[in-house]
Structures are given as C-alpha cells and as structure tokens.
Design a protein around this ligand. Sequence first.
Ligand code: FES
Ligand code: FE2
Length: 439
Amino acid sequence: MTFNASSYVDPEFGSVDRRIFWSPEIYELELERIFARSWLFVAHESQLEKPGSFLTTYMGQDPVIVSRDAQGINVFLNSCPHRGNRVCFADSGESRQFTCNYHGWAFGLDGALKRMPKMGIYKATPGFRMEDWGLKRARVASYKGLVFANFDEAAPSLDEWLGDFRWYLDAVLDAEDGGTEFLPGGATRSVLNCNWKFPADNFVGDIYHALWTHLGGAEPTLGPHGGVKVENERSWHVSVNGHGWEFNDSFYGNAATMGDREVLRYMRSRQEAITKRLGEFRANMWGSVASSTIFPNFSFLPGYFTFRTFQPKGPTRTEIHAWTLVPRNMPDEIKDRFRRGSMRTFSPGGILEMDDGENWEHSTAVNAGWVTRHQRLCYAMNPQDEMAETGLAGNVRAGQLSDFNQREFYRQWMKMMDASSWQDIELAPVAGPAAEAVE
Ligand code: FES
Ligand SMILES: [Fe+2]
C-alpha cells in the first residue's frame, strides 16, 4: 500500500481524514508502524509481586504473557512457535512454566523452550537447537511501577519515549512514599465497536465533551454541572511525543465528582505533605479535573485514579482493560472508596463511561459513509501559541478547552505511520526538571 499519512491529518490547522477510523488497510499499517514499535503498557509491578506470577494481555493485536522470574519481569508472545497455538489461556495466576495444549511443548517463566514430549527425536535432529524456538521476547522497562514492553530492537529507550512527560506522571506515580499499586478488586474488561483512536483521542485532551456528553448522567447524581467546572483560566494542555495531559489546578476536581466526602477529607489531610514532595503546581494536579493518554493507547484520569488500555481488535473494535491505581500507603478504607468511586463512574456500567462508549461507536460507524468520508473532521479549537514562558516541561498551551493535545497525538501518529524505521522518527529533546510555578 502506498500511504502518505500527512495527507490524512493536518496537525497545524486541525483537520483529520475520517478514513483513519475504519480503513482496514490503515489499521494493518498501524499494527506494524505504531503498535509493533511503540512502548506499550503491559502491567503494573504490583500485579507481579512474586516470582512465578504472570498475567496475559495484548501488544497491538498480539497476545503476550507478562511474567516474573527470579531475574525480573519478562514479556513474550503468547503463541507457540511449533504450530502457533495460544500457550496460556488464563488472565493471570502463578506458574512454574507454560505448557502448550497442542503437543506439550513447555516454556520457562522467561519464555525459553525447556522440554517437549519425545525430546530425544528433536535432540537427534541435525540443526535443531532448543534456544532457537522459545517464545519471542519483547524489550521490557518500567517507570515507577508501570511496566512497558516494545518489540522493536531499534526503538529508543522508555525514558526517551516518555521524555519530559515523566515530570507530569510523577504527580500521580510519586505523590506519596511507597509508590502506587493496582487494586486487585478494581479491574474490568469490556469491548466496544469503535476504532481505538477515538477513546485515546478523548483521553488525550477532550474535556470539551464532558460538559455535554456527561451532563445527563452527572447532574442527577452529582448536582448542577455534574460537579465539574471547566474554564480556560489556570488550565493547560501539555504534549510530549504525542502523549498528552489536559488539566486544571483544582486539586479536588475529579475526586469531587465521585461524590464521596471521606475521599475529600483524606485528600485534604495529604495536601501539605504532597505539596512538600511535588511542589504546589504538581500537587494541584493530583486530583484535578484532568485526563491523559500515553501514546498510543494507555490512558488515565488522575483524580479518579482509573487507568486503562484501548486494545485494538480490528479497525472498528476495541477491548478496554481498566484498573484502579492508588498510592500504596493509602488507608484500606480510602482505597476501597476510590475503587467503588471509579466503578460507579468509569467502569462499563458506570454513569460516565457508558456515555462515552456510545459516542465512540457512532463516530466510528458513521464516518464510513461514502459521502461522509469525504468531509474531514474538525480539530481546530483554540490554537494558542507555544507558552514557553510557563517554565513547564514539554509543549504547553494555555486553556483546557482546546484541540491542541489531539493535534499533537495525530502528529505523532503521522510521523510513525510515514516512517519506515526508527531512524526517521525524531523524539522531543528531554529538557529535564521543569520550573516550579506558572505565572
Ligand atoms: S502448537 Fe504448541 S506444542 Fe504444538
Ligand atoms: Fe467522557
């Protein structure tokens, strides 16, 4: 396929060709050029505490096993090199090895082929070497508890990929001593008939929809405006390598919309300590009205502490895996309130998540119309000039009501779709720690 991504997206003036949301050819190229060479979130370290613990998930459409052995965390394809069968069918558990159902080939916790029935025949086969036929391994790296994997040997390191975005991630991952954990009782999986980019685009910068989409569900349960106040005063879009975070500095904003007074009381009790640790600006990001996507498909809502991946299952199908992440040293009672709060709001049956899914499904389906597909989509809202004077890390724009982060998301998409190798993909230089205050 001859493909020129820059004819499909225009990040400068803000327009996007609708075909990128359903074309099977474009989807195939995304699997190759986006998913097979990006750092993809696969697990939180707290899900794999003991050697022998494992879970299964996806990198793009490829099923993978994430397991811990005595050396650390391994990620490898969940597909037997013998005839291709899925090797592990469990979502998670503990094991000493993985044995394939079909002919009994057995693999270690690092994916290496260990033994098989009638092993002597293979041993006597000229040129056959056990070490050539393990489960294909990915590179693995973690950032403050979040484990990422990448199948491309030529990709830059995870630290380069995240770049200055790490400074913002710390507002959630490093707010308290002891780091964070995923709550075991706070995970869900669900499937939507939408393209994976609609939810990723929504989380990377679309607070605009919340004022309208969620009003019907939020007002009756959470009061006028659904408890959310969104202005372009003291609020920002920040983008680094396509990762984006849109937010204000309300501290209690998103947490308040869960409607739980005990949660707010607890947050107030931690405000001083968190401010000491992170500085005032990032402390205010902790529970603020905000949403974020790490390119391409790992998103979260700080404040609700809900984290999710949008796993591509075809051009018009997406599987959502979601967890609740909390500071490890938070009292159990408060952890439970966050778990229940995120289930009430952003689980498949939550009052806010259902609204989004319906819109993403219709956007995907309607964009395929023959006449419809020839009109581009509008991403033109509020184009501000770069705000270098903020002193904040990354590419920062004033105002939360903006399409800036979405345009930068599609810019990264365009760069990766047009590049045949990592040599042609440039990442943002890392500026290091940013200044404390925004004037
Ligand atoms: S397919 Fe796995 S052992 Fe044959
Ligand atoms: Fe939403």
